[in-house]
Design a protein around this ligand. Sequence first.
Ligand code: 3EB
Length: 337
Amino acid sequence: MATVIVEGVEGIAAACRLWAGPGRLAPPSVLAGELLAAVGYGEGELPPDAGVAVAVPNAVLGGEPWLELWPAASPPVTGRAGPLAYAHDGRLLFGTGRLPIAGGAEPAAHALFSGLLALAAAHGYPHLLRVWNYLPGINEERDGLEVYRSFNLGRARAWVSHYGLAAERRFCASSAVGAPGEELLVCFLAARAPGRHVENPRQLAAWRYPPRYGPVGPSFSRLTVAPPGLGPCCFLSGTASVVGHATRHAGDPVAQLAETRENIGRALAAAANHGPERWRSGLGALAFAKVYLRRPADLGGVRAGLASHLAAGQPVLYLEADICRADLLLEIEGVAL
Ligand code: 3EB
């Protein structure tokens, strides 16, 4: 059944709307006003007049398509820069870009991240809050290196060229999952003022992962709390069954889910030191929760394992996606409002 399921009240929360159902059926109240960006998951048209419109290519599992809408505070200014398209409204800049990966993802990742860091800065939104990455063949080897690892090389090189050694203090909340097709797709959200990047005390900072996981670590923080003025809003990175740097419970989706829940609880509790108490409640605090599943057959078990941890009517989107480590079966991300 198609319903409007989330509408916040303040700052970014007021700016976010979520529609579960085919895009062409979304009622005028959902599509009302100027849109900074529209992100579609699953089949369905995107609003034609959004500043930026992106169709995420991953399959939705066991439910309706989603439209994630980021209304603009004022008529958005839109533009293109190389492979990137963007829209900004004086408060936030939303951008997206895609490039084919051939022998590996390093050149595409480097080009997209150099471009997005430069364009966000050039337009006065130098502070990244969130990046969503979708990588074709994420666990496949191309030219002797796993695609995710070559992506990490290109991404890290772009951050360090832009910020030098201080780059790691700027890393923001992110997710990086597999995707169908042959193009690396990146979406990002940037602000005029800095967010607060928070680490999870249960997990090693990803950029410090030991070399067994690849020649350079992933450039992201576990969470980013939006700056003051954008409301109580916290972007939770893709979170998986990783403790310290090690994967836990290889092969067991239900145990990976429990470990992931624990990680989300700890991460949000750490962020709650700078935000509302409700973030301490863990998964229940996520207004936009997305679960990426490597194996569609795990949907039933994972749904059952989540049910008692969700608030009544809390929307959760399940997407089919490979996860960045071959032994991870699921990852959960979201926005806590
Ligand atoms: C992990 O904890 C799981 O490369 O941007 C989660 C979130 C993961 C973001 C990224 C990777 C990324 O390492 C994988």
